[in-house]
Structure formats: C-alpha cells, structure tokens
Design a protein around this ligand. Structure first.
Ligand code: ZN
Ligand code: ZN
Length: 307
C-alpha cells in the first residue's frame, strides 16, 4: 500500500444494520494532509481502524451524517477505546464531534451513560481527563463545518425520508481534489449539486429482487434509499473520476435471497457507463491525479506492538 498519497479515503464499514461480519456498520476514514477524519461510526469502526494500524485516538474529528443507530452505535467505542493510553488508543486531546443539531444531546447522554467507566478509569488508570472530554460543533444548514490546514469539509442536506431529519452528506476538499460521501439518502438534487466536480463520489445504494417489492417493510426501506438505477443517474450527472458504492443494502427475506453484486452493477449500468467500484470493507481510494483503488490485505499491523 502506497503511503505517498496525501488524500486517502478508506471504507471501514460498507454495511447497513444487518450484523454481517463481511460488511461492518457505516464508517469511512478520510486521511487528508495531516488529518484523519471519520465520517460516521457504525458497528466495528474501531476494529477496522485497528486492522489498518491507525490508533483510534488519532482521529482528529468525527462527523455524523444522521442519527440512525447503524451510523452511531460505534461512537462510544471510538470515544472510550480511543481514550485508552495504549498504542491502539492514545488520544491526547478532546474528542471532537461535528454533526447536525442533536449531536450535542447524543454526546451529552453518552457521557452520562458512561460516567461510571470514566470515573473508574480516571481514578484507577489515571487516564488524562482532557482526552475523554468531548467537543461538539453542531450545524443546521449546508456549509463549511471544518476548515483546517487546507482541509475543508462541507456539509450538505440530503433526503433520507420525511421523518428522518436531519440527514446530511459531506464534501471534503483538499489541494483542489474532492471526495464526496452521500450519506443516507434517496435520489436527491443536492447530492448532484455538491457531488459535481468530485474526483471520488461515494454513494449509498439499496437493491431488492422484484419478488420482494410487494412487502411493505421492504417498500419502506427502499423509499429511504437510492436504487442502483437512480444512483447511476447521480453518477452520470456528476461525472466523478470514480464512483463507488458504500452502505450496500442488499435486502432479502427468509424466502427470497438478496440480489447479487452482478445484478447491482447491471442495474447501475442502465443509467451510468463510467468508472464504478462496489465498495468493500477496507477498500481504499487514493486521490491524486487519478483515483487509485487498493484493497487491504487485512494484515493486523496494530497487533505487532504489545501492551
Ligand atoms: Zn444507514
Ligand atoms: Zn439511515
């Protein structure tokens, strides 16, 4: 894996609420210049960081897209395991969280929920108080939410359904290169607006075999997400150097199996003919003149060091 590229995006978890060991909960690591940013913290985000050899406490900021639990259930793990003063944790300053209105309340309640752990570790392990402190920045509209050392993050509202608000995507700009993450959304013009000019556009997607579509539960899920056909239209209109899927909702029932990756690609190809990757956990994109795709070999580099 090349370390010369200074703008990398790694899919830590490409899944949905399905507790699959192959696709962990939604989480994406953005490494730009001197910063490591995390977009969402779904189930297993810490385990993927550990596999990459990235100390959990070295995340500079966590950005939340929305409050569905599959995107947030890993937060206490990133926060508190990152606090441990060992090679896999090692946070030195406050845990920074940036998200839509509601982020402060969520983090305040997590502090309450884990008050006993914090008290115990402060007394027993003498962990630094300043590294368990939480700093929250909330926003309520489209705009720049982070701007530091040439790395700019812009939040933009998306449409995840009438009752699922707020919901945002992120555009990350660094050295005139751009990565965009749709967040959870159905087909939405704002993704096209902020996705235009992206080198890398990472989009969510959902697919179900047609036999499944009579099920009202499946219909409701599909109404909150983007079909491959519609994601293809987003890609065709924004023309990224590389389009990639994450948050792959392969819907199924006990009777009807999930669609295949080949079917997902075929449906996308109805509307889009450009470069496309179906994301996998630990797939890495290096954004330079072109966007290179690397697959991690799952080597657990972090485990070389002992406690
Ligand atoms: Zn989701
Ligand atoms: Zn969601």
């Amino acid at each position: 894996m090349s370390d010369t590229c200074d703008f990398k995006v790694t899919l830590l978890g490409t899944g949905v609420p399905i507790p699959s060991p192959d696709r962990f909960g939604p989480s994406t690591l953005v490494e730009a210049g001197d910063q490591k940013l995390l977009i969402d913290a779904g189930r297993g985000a810490t385990m993927r960081l550990y596999q990459l050899g990235v100390p959990i406490g070295h995340i500079d900021a966590l950005f939340l897209t929305h409050f569905h639990s599959d995107h947030t259930s890993g937060i206490p793990d990133v926060w508190l395991t990152g606090w441990l003063q060992s090679y896999f944790g090692d946070r030195r300053g406050p845990f920074r969280v940036i998200g839509p209105i509601g982020t402060a309340r969520l983090m305040r309640k997590l502090e309450e929920a884990y008050a006993a752990d914090i008290k115990i570790r402060l007394e027993d392990e003498k962990l630094p108080f300043e590294a368990v402190a939480i700093l929250v920045d909330e926003y309520d509209r489209d705009g720049v939410v982070h701007d530091k050392n040439g790395v700019k993050v812009i939040a933009f509202e998306v449409d995840h359904g009438d009752a699922i608000k707020p919901a945002y995507g992120y555009r990350i700009e660094y050295k005139e290169r751009v990565a965009v993450i749709s967040g959870d959304t159905r087909y939405n013009e704002n993704v096209i607006k902020y996705g235009t000019g992206a080198d890398l556009l990472i989009h969510e997607v959902a697919i179900a075999k047609s036999e499944l579509m009579s099920d009202t539960y499946i219909q409701r899920i599909m109404a909150h997400h983007t079909t491959a056909h519609d994601a293809g239209i987003v890609f065709e209109r924004t023309k990224p150097k590389l389009a990639a899927y994450t948050h792959l909702a392969f819907l199924a029932s006990p009777q009807i199996p999930r669609a295949s990756v080949a079917e997902l690609i075929a449906e996308t190809r109805q509307t889009y003919s450009g470069p496309l990757e179906v994301g996998e956990d630990l797939m890495r994109f290096e954004i330079g003149e072109t966007v290179k795709v690397r697959r991690c070999d799952f080597q657990m580099r972090g485990s070389k060091t002992t406690l």
